[in-house]
Design a protein around this ligand. Structure first.
Ligand SMILES: *Cc1c(COP(=O)(O)O)cnc(C)c1O
Length: 411
């Protein structure tokens, strides 16, 4: 039996508790959606004002050199590298996750020119499949996507597969794949492994190089708290730096952008995977989120994340039994990301009723209620309050109101 006291005592032992004050969270809100859009760090607001007023406003074009705007994609990439088990010089911050997927899927296919299959998981995040579809139709020439269920991934990796493109933590279920085993199976078959870290960077420990990953992409605006539409990132393992080429050969990926040569020559290293001029305001915000993150200990983050998600699962099952919720997320913490999802036929309305009470989670079609637990600012007592509201909404039938059933554009 979990009580409010159980959770209060976990708050007292929480070494990450001081981080909460680093965020500008609205009063009275329990924010369980940092996996969709991380909240605003206090330092980010101050930094954005400074970048706009001083660097842009006063330094003008000189800021590219004087404030090292030009080095920002690599500098920030090196900070992300620390969170995802990459080396310096293997990561850049750039573009969106979707665009980075396109670039690296194309680079991977070009490294395996005699193979025509992009292997992915059925139900992967839509953009991961859509971008592969766009690439396949552009390449023509027999390229195809093979989308299989999780249990069939290993057996589907054969000599026709150029690249295995998977999401490490599933956006709906929160289930984590075995990066090391799948990477090894891909390599045994001569294929490459590309990982989408959107729901993992900053949420769970990731060790790309230990797992033998070839390529990776990920999001800046989720657990990294980089701000709405923040620049994403991409990783290319050092062993591919000389040979990997991506098709969006913009001038920022050129060996010497300011020589203004007539033809493209790729830069050395990961820089060739840049395309156009980076958005400096977005990068500045992302860098603040990362700096805050790097002050925390990843092992402590993971430890608290597991405790938070355990507590939420147990408490929903204790307080909301008989109300039709079924757990989608793995019970085994070893394969669970930092979110908990339940299935319920009235999921959309229930999420809206929660939001009306200040408990912000989200809904993923067709019937999934999804709750993200970001250990830097979620308290154990928030778990208690969120489940109390959920239980009350179910007991009272409060969710069954017409206004909670009107679908908005963004769910
Ligand atoms: C959030 C997310 C994305 C987002 O891609 P954008 O290009 O930033 O819109 C991509 N892949 C996965 C797995 C995600 O969870």
């Amino acid at each position: 039996m979990i009580t409010s006291d159980t959770l209060s005592s976990l708050d007292k032992e929480d070494s990450l508790a001081p981080f909460r004050d680093q965020f500008d969270l609205p009063e009275g809100i329990i924010y369980l959606d940092g996996n969709s859009l991380g909240p605003l760090p206090r330092r980010t607001l101050a930094r954005l004002i400074d970048v706009a007023r001083e660097e842009w406003g006063q330094s003008l074009i000189r800021a590219w050199n004087d404030h090292d705007w030009i080095g920002a994609p690599q500098r920030i990439g090196d900070k992300i590298a620390k969170i995802v088990g990459a080396r310096r010089g293997e990561v850049v911050a750039a573009d969106s996750t979707s665009v980075n997927l396109f670039k690296l899927l194309a680079a991977a296919c070009a490294l395996r020119p005699d193979r025509r299959v992009i292997l992915t998981q059925a139900g992967n995040f839509p953009t991961d499949i859509y971008m592969a579809e766009g690439l396949v139709s552009l390449l023509g020439d027999g390229y195809e996507i093979r989308a299989v269920e999780k249990s069939e991934i290993a057996s589907a990796i054969d000599g026709t597969v150029a690249v295995v493109s998977l999401t490490y933590v599933d956006y709906r279920s929160g289930e984590m794949l075995d990066m090391r085993a799948i990477g090894a199976a891909a390599h045994d078959a001569g294929a490459l492994a590309l990982w989408d870290l959107s729901h993992s960077a900053g949420a769970v420990p990731v060790d790309l190089n230990a797992a033998g990953a070839d390529f990776a992409v990920g999001c800046g605006y989720k657990y990294l708290n980089g701000g709405p539409g923040a620049p994403a990132f991409l990783f290319v393992a050092e062993k591919h730096h000389a040979d990997a080429r991506q098709p969006l050969s913009g001038w920022m990926g050129h060996a010497a952008p300011f020589d203004f040569e007539d033809s493209y020559r790729p830069a050395d290293g990961v820089a060739r995977h840049l395309a156009g001029t980076p958005g400096i305001l977005g990068l500045a915000a992302l860098e603040q989120g990362l700096d805050l993150f790097l002050e925390a200990d990843m092992a402590a983050i993971r430890h608290k994340s597991v405790l938070l998600t355990e507590a939420f699962i147990a408490l929903v099952e204790q307080e909301c039994a008989g109300h039709g919720f079924s757990l989608v997320t793995p019970r085994d913490a070893a394969i669970r990301g930092s979110q908990v999802s339940f299935r319920h036929p009235d999921g959309y309305a229930i999420v809206q009723a929660l939001i009306a009470r200040g408990v912000i989670g989200d809904f993923r079609t067709p019937d999934i209620l999804r709750f993200g637990f970001a250990p830097l600012y979620i308290r154990f007592r928030d778990v208690w309050s969120a489940v109390s509201h959920l239980s009350d909404i179910m007991e009272s039938g409060d969710w069954d109101r017409p206004e909670f059933k009107q679908k908005a554009a963004v769910t």
